[in-house]
Design a protein around this ligand. Structure first.
Ligand SMILES: Nc1nc2c(c(=O)[nH]1)N[C@H]1C(S)=C(S)[C@@H](COP(=O)(O)OP(=O)(O)OC[C@H]3O[C@@H](n4cnc5c(=O)[nH]c(N)nc54)[C@H](O)[C@@H]3O)O[C@H]1N2
Ligand SMILES: Nc1nc2c(c(=O)[nH]1)N[C@H]1C(S)=C(S)[C@@H](COP(=O)(O)OP(=O)(O)OC[C@H]3O[C@@H](n4cnc5c(=O)[nH]c(N)nc54)[C@H](O)[C@@H]3O)O[C@H]1N2
Ligand code: SF4
Ligand SMILES: [Mo]
Length: 697
């Protein structure tokens, strides 16, 4: 038997762990952590082994399929492209460019080929109805980066390996493995902070797995973190602890804006003791090196933009931005900022609700209404790529129905799931182990500068296509239909360049003058050292200054006045993640889904008792948008008045071809979340803090 051990990386989450894959006669027999990886140092989680399941899953599509009256029929690639491009151009010719909508899902940022070729392909559609997971995820981070640092992707990450005080809000890296900060082995890194006599403080409406290993955890009423953060800033300033750098403007305006937010007022709103708020403010401001970090729980809520701005302001005024152990800007070998514009907000608005675009995309919460509402500019065809918005976006049932009304839909996806079951054509890309990989995005967010290129572990069968080849061929077919222009030539050249060539170029013009040849000599990756201070030089604006006084945010602060009314005895729904789940997919791996069930609604025993409900019974969770029936589990880890339901469950709808997943219990949280509930600043979906009722049934 020919046994080889190949190095690659796991691309299933943002931790990008290095892995060793053993291949026996073309079959994967073992997957383990790579100790020599300079970033992940041997760490992996249970999901890594699922890379093998993805490879071998009999439900995974390997050729394009087309929906017919007699069910799905396999077709050739060229015929599929012709059908797709013909339909899309026909619909656009008849109804205008915006009649084609696009949804780009999460796994795209984990695929090299999607990053190099998908944006160029989508540009050829010239539609303003573009949506992605960004607006139900990290949009507020990108907005804060755009406003303060001049580029939507210039994200400051906590320098976790050197910090002595980490304040975390709305993040559970022990389940998620970290996000908007690539720090594989997050748990171990947290323990190291404490071993160095540092402190880890967690603010979360649930006592999470992360809270359990922190020094301190405080419940916070969902959606009220903004008040907590403003009170911290208030207190830091009142104590005379503010020391913004010389290149920071707008301090006076911030001081005035946080004036009303005393610790006492914030305590009444958040449920966190005023003394605790004051103490955290003092400890944070006087710690050697402190970093404040907030993730999904403080992004996908009604005040996400204020939260992410306030987190930056707290780091900035305490002198922790851009210093070791504070929050810092990575300097990756390929500068991802070059591949993406600086950002913009509100250049156009959504047709029905008038919500603003950000970076060229409209809020995903408007997608269903843009399909369903008659009139000029209505979406009549959809392109979805690596996404399952029926399960992943709010008011999912409505979207499910909306997709049914389309004239045409094409999905680039390896599975027939709750979303792609509506497609007319599905184009499946080759799986991760058959691809070359370089992490353009997550090196940009990593807590240490490293670089790693991986050749594909397994050969791709000749009849399969890489995702970049699919985007190249669709893109070229679309461009060919346009009249000659300089742009046309440029687009064709860009689409024809391979990901290898693009990464090689990026490495060569990058700060370390690497090349693909050099990187391939170290398949375990190269270490480029700890993060380094970079400001003000690295700021994107001409002035090289940071202006804290962003009108868009300051003008939004009065909306916080509504917070006082929240405490009405009702229940607020939040989400959660589990180590062995991955958003709406990977439930089709039997190895991953085994073990104790994880789909239940978690509820504090006092809230159960108040409603005469019993642990384990079926309950109905209802909001103004919809309801689901699901088992409830009593949990003392839940803040009273808050219930938690993970998203991405609720498989097995008609036509779905996910044999294992269809047997997984649970309901879709997004059948309850409400597309009408958004952070109005940039339209981010507020899937945390949704008012619900829970009754028997
Ligand atoms: N209620 C609630 N809803 C949420 C969240 C929440 O916290 N609460 N979280 C939100 C967040 S942060 C996100 S990012 C979204 C994620 O939601 P989506 O953007 O829908 O992403 P996934 O659920 O990861 O969808 C994965 C899809 O991509 C396909 N896929 C996997 N790998 C590839 C590939 O390499 N190529 C292609 N073409 N397809 C592939 C899978 O088959 C699957 O159909 O969900 C959001 N929804
Ligand atoms: N195993 C696994 N890993 C994943 C994913 C997955 O589905 N499974 N998804 C990946 C993706 S797409 C992303 S974006 C990241 C997300 O990474 P994280 O942000 O770490 O995601 P969560 O584990 O959902 O943690 C969010 C926390 O916010 C809390 N929360 C909810 N509402 C509020 C609130 O109002 N205030 C505060 N302070 N907290 C609140 C929740 O209780 C929860 O503990 O994870 C990634 N990693
Ligand atoms: S933490 Fe798990 S899923 Fe994430 S990259 Fe590492 S092995 Fe893959
Ligand atoms: Mo996400």
């Amino acid at each position: 038997m020919a046994t080889t051990v190949r190095r690659t990386s796991c691309n299933l989450c943002e931790a990008i762990c290095g892995v060793l894959v053993t291949v026996d006669d073309g079959r994967v027999t073992d997957i383990r952590g790579d100790e020599s990886d300079p970033l992940s140092r041997g760490h992996i989680c249970p999901k890594a082994v699922a890379l093998r399941d993805l490879q071998e899953d009999p439900d995974r599509l390997t050729t394009p399929v087309r929906r017919t009256a007699d069910g799905w029929q396999e077709i050739g690639w060229d015929a599929a492209y012709e059908l797709v491009v013909g339909k899309l151009t026909e619909i656009q010719r008849e109804h205008g460019r915006n009649s084609v909508g696009v949804y780009l899902g999460n796994p795209n940022v984990h695929s090299l080929g999607a990053l190099t070729h998908l944006p160029t392909m989508i540009r050829q559609l010239r539609t303003r109805n573009r949506f992605s997971a960004t607006s139900i995820d990290q949009l507020p981070h990108m907005l804060a980066s755009y406003l303060l640092y001049g580029h939507q992707l210039m994200v400051a990450v906590p320098d976790i390996d050197r910090t002595s005080y980490l304040l975390m809000l709305g993040a559970n890296p022990l389940a998620s493995n970290g996000s908007m900060m690539t720090a594989p082995g997050f748990g171990r890194r947290l323990k190291d902070v404490r071993q160095r006599d540092g402190r880890v403080v967690v603010i979360d409406p649930r006592r999470t797995e992360t809270a359990a290993i922190a020094d301190e955890h405080h419940f916070v009423r969902p959606g009220t973190d903004a008040a907590f953060l403003l009170a911290l800033i208030h207190q830091v300033i009142a104590d005379g602890h503010a020391r913004p750098a010389s290149y920071v403007d707008g301090f006076a305006a911030v001081k005035a804006a946080v004036e009303p937010w005393t610790s006492d007022r914030a305590a009444a709103v958040t449920g966190i003791d005023a003394d605790v708020i004051r103490r955290i403010a003092t400890e944070f401001a006087t710690a050697d090196r402190a970093a404040c970090y907030g993730r999904v729980g403080v992004s996908t809520q009604q005040f996400g933009a204020i939260c992410q701005w306030a987190i930056q302001v707290l780091n900035i005024i305490t002198g922790n931005l851009d210093r070791p152990g504070g929050t810092m800007f990575p300097r990756p070998a390929v500068n991802a900022l070059l591949g993406l514009g600086r950002g913009h907000l509100g250049l156009w608005k959504s047709r029905v609700r008038g919500l603003p675009e950000f970076g060229g995309e409209l809020p995903v919460s408007t997608m269903a209404e843009e399909i369903l509402t008659p009139g000029d500019g209505r979406i009549r065809a959809m392109v979805t790529v690596a996404g399952n918005p029926v399960l992943s976006t709010p008011s999912g049932r409505r979207l499910d129905e909306a997709l049914d009304t389309l004239d045409f839909m094409v999905s680039v996806d390896p599975y027939i799931n709750e979303t792609t079951r509506h497609a007319d054509v599905i184009l499946p890309p080759a799986p991760p182990l058959e691809r070359d990989h370089y992490d353009v995005i997550f090196h940009q967010l990593a807590v240490r500068n490293t670089a790693r290129w991986n050749d594909a572990v397994l050969p791709k069968p000749p009849e399969a296509r890489h995702d970049w080849e699919i985007f190249r061929d669709l893109g070229l077919a679309l461009v060919r239909r346009t009249p000659w222009s300089r742009r046309k030539v440029e687009m064709m050249a860009r689409l024809r360049m391979s990901p290898r060539r693009i990464v090689d170029l990026g490495l060569r013009i990058g700060p370390y003058r690497l090349s693909l040849r050099k990187l391939r000599k170290s398949p375990g990756g190269v270490d480029l050292g700890p993060l380094q201070p970079a400001l003000p030089g690295a700021l994107r604006g001409k002035s090289k200054r940071i202006d804290l006084a962003q009108p868009m945010i300051l003008d939004d602060l009065p909306r916080l006045e509504s917070l006082v009314a929240l405490d009405d005895g009702g229940l607020l729904l939040i989400g959660r993640r589990h180590l062995r789940n991955n958003n709406s997919w990977m439930h089709n791996s039997a190895r991953l889904v085994k073990g104790r069930p994880r789909h239940q609604l978690l509820m504090n025993p006092a809230d159960l008792a108040e409603r005469d409900l019993k642990d384990g019974q079926l309950v109905r969770v209802a909001s103004v948008a919809g309801s689901v029936s699901v088992e409830v589990a009593a949990s003392n880890d839940m803040m009273p008045g808050v219930v938690s339901l993970p998203h991405g469950f609720g498989h097995g709808r008609e036509g779905v071809r996910l044999t294992v997943a269809s047997q997984v219990a649970g309901a879709s949280a997004n059948d309850v979340t409400d597309a009408g509930l958004t952070d109005t600043v940039a339209g981010t979906a507020a899937v945390n803090g949704v008012p619900v009722t829970v009754t028997a049934g």
